[in-house]
Design a protein around this ligand. Structure first.
Ligand code: FNR
Length: 181
Protein backbone atom coordinates (compact mmCIF):
# COMPACT_ATOMS: atom_id res chain seq x y z
CA UNK A 1 0.00 0.00 0.00
CA UNK A 2 0.91 3.67 -0.30
CA UNK A 3 2.04 5.87 2.55
CA UNK A 4 1.92 9.64 2.67
CA UNK A 5 4.33 11.25 5.10
CA UNK A 6 3.86 14.77 6.44
CA UNK A 7 7.27 16.43 6.74
CA UNK A 8 7.64 19.18 9.32
CA UNK A 9 10.74 21.36 9.07
CA UNK A 10 11.55 23.41 12.15
CA UNK A 11 13.26 26.26 10.27
CA UNK A 12 11.72 28.92 8.02
CA UNK A 13 15.13 29.97 6.68
CA UNK A 14 15.41 29.81 2.89
CA UNK A 15 18.82 28.10 2.87
CA UNK A 16 18.05 26.02 5.96
CA UNK A 17 20.33 23.04 6.49
CA UNK A 18 17.36 21.18 7.92
CA UNK A 19 15.35 21.87 4.76
CA UNK A 20 18.29 20.57 2.69
CA UNK A 21 18.60 17.51 4.92
CA UNK A 22 14.88 16.76 4.60
CA UNK A 23 15.06 17.11 0.84
CA UNK A 24 18.02 14.74 0.55
CA UNK A 25 16.69 12.27 3.11
CA UNK A 26 13.31 11.77 1.48
CA UNK A 27 15.05 10.63 -1.70
CA UNK A 28 16.21 7.60 0.32
CA UNK A 29 12.62 6.47 0.90
CA UNK A 30 10.98 3.60 -1.03
CA UNK A 31 8.61 4.23 -3.97
CA UNK A 32 5.48 3.50 -1.88
CA UNK A 33 6.32 6.46 0.36
CA UNK A 34 5.47 10.00 -0.72
CA UNK A 35 6.62 12.95 1.36
CA UNK A 36 4.72 16.21 1.62
CA UNK A 37 6.20 19.23 3.37
CA UNK A 38 3.79 21.03 5.66
CA UNK A 39 3.80 24.82 5.49
CA UNK A 40 4.14 26.23 9.01
CA UNK A 41 5.42 29.73 8.17
CA UNK A 42 1.99 31.22 7.53
CA UNK A 43 0.34 30.04 10.74
CA UNK A 44 -0.76 32.76 13.17
CA UNK A 45 0.60 32.70 16.70
CA UNK A 46 -1.45 30.20 18.62
CA UNK A 47 -4.21 31.81 20.69
CA UNK A 48 -6.69 29.64 22.56
CA UNK A 49 -9.42 32.23 21.94
CA UNK A 50 -9.38 31.14 18.29
CA UNK A 51 -10.01 27.43 19.00
CA UNK A 52 -13.64 27.62 17.84
CA UNK A 53 -12.66 29.55 14.72
CA UNK A 54 -9.31 28.26 13.47
CA UNK A 55 -7.57 30.11 10.63
CA UNK A 56 -7.63 28.52 7.17
CA UNK A 57 -3.88 27.85 7.42
CA UNK A 58 -4.51 25.90 10.63
CA UNK A 59 -7.37 23.91 9.08
CA UNK A 60 -5.11 23.11 6.12
CA UNK A 61 -2.31 21.97 8.45
CA UNK A 62 -4.67 19.69 10.36
CA UNK A 63 -6.18 18.26 7.16
CA UNK A 64 -2.74 17.44 5.79
CA UNK A 65 -1.71 15.72 9.00
CA UNK A 66 -4.97 13.74 9.07
CA UNK A 67 -4.42 12.63 5.45
CA UNK A 68 -0.96 11.28 6.27
CA UNK A 69 0.12 7.89 7.61
CA UNK A 70 3.30 9.16 9.24
CA UNK A 71 5.24 12.22 10.37
CA UNK A 72 8.83 13.26 9.80
CA UNK A 73 10.27 16.07 11.93
CA UNK A 74 13.55 17.64 10.80
CA UNK A 75 14.47 20.45 13.13
CA UNK A 76 17.27 22.76 14.17
CA UNK A 77 18.05 23.49 17.79
CA UNK A 78 17.39 27.01 19.05
CA UNK A 79 18.78 27.83 22.47
CA UNK A 80 18.85 24.17 23.45
CA UNK A 81 15.24 23.51 22.47
CA UNK A 82 13.00 23.31 19.42
CA UNK A 83 12.31 26.55 17.52
CA UNK A 84 9.18 28.46 18.49
CA UNK A 85 7.76 28.15 14.96
CA UNK A 86 7.75 24.38 15.34
CA UNK A 87 6.14 24.42 18.78
CA UNK A 88 3.56 26.88 17.45
CA UNK A 89 2.61 24.44 14.67
CA UNK A 90 2.46 21.53 17.09
CA UNK A 91 0.20 23.47 19.46
CA UNK A 92 -2.15 24.53 16.64
CA UNK A 93 -2.71 21.00 15.33
CA UNK A 94 -3.21 19.64 18.85
CA UNK A 95 -6.33 21.74 19.39
CA UNK A 96 -9.24 22.23 20.05
CA UNK A 97 -9.08 19.89 23.03
CA UNK A 98 -10.01 16.37 21.96
CA UNK A 99 -9.18 17.03 18.30
CA UNK A 100 -5.44 16.43 18.32
CA UNK A 101 -4.48 15.77 14.68
CA UNK A 102 -1.09 14.28 15.60
CA UNK A 103 -2.44 11.43 17.73
CA UNK A 104 -1.39 7.96 16.69
CA UNK A 105 0.71 9.02 13.69
CA UNK A 106 4.10 7.26 13.76
CA UNK A 107 6.99 9.73 13.67
CA UNK A 108 10.69 10.08 13.08
CA UNK A 109 12.74 12.89 14.60
CA UNK A 110 16.09 14.15 13.43
CA UNK A 111 17.98 17.35 12.87
CA UNK A 112 21.14 19.11 11.88
CA UNK A 113 23.01 21.97 13.54
CA UNK A 114 26.25 23.86 13.57
CA UNK A 115 26.88 22.83 17.17
CA UNK A 116 28.73 19.66 18.14
CA UNK A 117 25.77 18.03 19.89
CA UNK A 118 23.75 18.23 16.69
CA UNK A 119 20.23 19.12 17.91
CA UNK A 120 20.21 16.45 20.64
CA UNK A 121 18.48 18.69 23.16
CA UNK A 122 15.94 20.06 20.68
CA UNK A 123 15.08 16.50 19.69
CA UNK A 124 14.74 15.45 23.31
CA UNK A 125 12.31 18.31 24.02
CA UNK A 126 10.38 17.46 20.87
CA UNK A 127 10.14 13.79 21.88
CA UNK A 128 8.72 14.84 25.21
CA UNK A 129 5.97 16.87 23.52
CA UNK A 130 5.21 14.13 20.98
CA UNK A 131 4.89 11.54 23.76
CA UNK A 132 2.20 13.65 25.38
CA UNK A 133 0.42 14.02 22.02
CA UNK A 134 0.27 10.22 21.66
CA UNK A 135 2.73 10.09 18.75
CA UNK A 136 4.77 6.86 18.67
CA UNK A 137 8.30 8.06 17.86
CA UNK A 138 11.12 5.94 16.44
CA UNK A 139 13.70 5.50 19.21
CA UNK A 140 16.63 4.02 17.31
CA UNK A 141 18.72 4.80 15.46
CA UNK A 142 19.09 8.36 16.71
CA UNK A 143 20.40 10.91 14.20
CA UNK A 144 22.31 13.93 15.50
CA UNK A 145 23.90 15.58 12.50
CA UNK A 146 26.48 18.34 12.45
CA UNK A 147 27.04 20.52 9.39
CA UNK A 148 30.31 19.74 7.66
CA UNK A 149 31.81 19.95 4.17
CA UNK A 150 30.70 17.09 1.98
CA UNK A 151 27.54 16.31 3.92
CA UNK A 152 25.66 17.04 0.70
CA UNK A 153 27.06 16.38 -2.76
CA UNK A 154 26.72 18.83 -5.69
CA UNK A 155 23.33 17.41 -6.63
CA UNK A 156 22.04 17.96 -3.08
CA UNK A 157 22.05 14.28 -2.20
CA UNK A 158 23.54 12.95 1.03
CA UNK A 159 27.31 12.76 0.56
CA UNK A 160 29.20 9.47 0.62
CA UNK A 161 30.31 9.83 4.25
CA UNK A 162 26.79 9.83 5.72
CA UNK A 163 24.76 8.05 3.06
CA UNK A 164 24.90 4.58 4.58
CA UNK A 165 24.01 5.87 8.03
CA UNK A 166 21.06 7.89 6.77
CA UNK A 167 19.87 5.03 4.55
CA UNK A 168 19.81 2.82 7.65
CA UNK A 169 17.91 5.55 9.45
CA UNK A 170 15.35 5.78 6.62
CA UNK A 171 14.94 1.99 6.44
CA UNK A 172 14.24 1.89 10.20
CA UNK A 173 11.80 4.78 9.88
CA UNK A 174 9.95 3.08 7.01
CA UNK A 175 9.63 -0.13 9.05
CA UNK A 176 8.35 1.92 12.02
CA UNK A 177 5.66 3.59 9.90
CA UNK A 178 4.56 0.30 8.35
CA UNK A 179 4.26 -1.23 11.81
CA UNK A 180 2.12 1.57 13.26
CA UNK A 181 0.16 3.03 10.33
C1 FNR B 1 20.98 28.73 16.98
N1 FNR B 1 21.91 27.71 16.72
C2 FNR B 1 22.08 26.71 17.65
N2 FNR B 1 22.79 25.56 17.35
C3 FNR B 1 22.88 24.54 18.24
O1 FNR B 1 23.49 23.53 17.94
N3 FNR B 1 22.32 24.66 19.48
C4 FNR B 1 21.61 25.76 19.86
O2 FNR B 1 21.09 25.80 20.96
C5 FNR B 1 21.48 26.83 18.93
N4 FNR B 1 20.78 27.95 19.25
C6 FNR B 1 20.42 28.84 18.27
C7 FNR B 1 19.47 29.84 18.54
C8 FNR B 1 19.04 30.67 17.53
C9 FNR B 1 17.97 31.71 17.82
C10 FNR B 1 19.60 30.55 16.23
C11 FNR B 1 19.12 31.46 15.10
C12 FNR B 1 20.54 29.61 15.97
C13 FNR B 1 22.61 27.63 15.43
C14 FNR B 1 21.86 26.76 14.45
O3 FNR B 1 22.35 25.44 14.54
C15 FNR B 1 22.07 27.26 13.01
O4 FNR B 1 21.60 28.60 12.90
C16 FNR B 1 21.40 26.39 11.98
O5 FNR B 1 21.81 26.79 10.69
C17 FNR B 1 19.87 26.48 12.08
O6 FNR B 1 19.25 25.52 11.26
P1 FNR B 1 18.75 25.84 9.77
O7 FNR B 1 17.97 27.11 9.77
O8 FNR B 1 20.00 25.95 8.93
O9 FNR B 1 17.94 24.63 9.40
Amino acid sequence: SQYQIAVVIGSLRQESFNRQLAKALIKLGPPEFTFKKLEIGDLPLYNQDDDANQADSVKRLKAEISASQGLLFVTPEYNRSMPGVLKNAIDHASRPYGQNAWAGKPAGVLGISIGAIGTALAQQHLRNVLAYLDVPTLGQPEAFIQTKDGLFDEAGNIGAGSREFLQTWMDSYVAWVRKHA
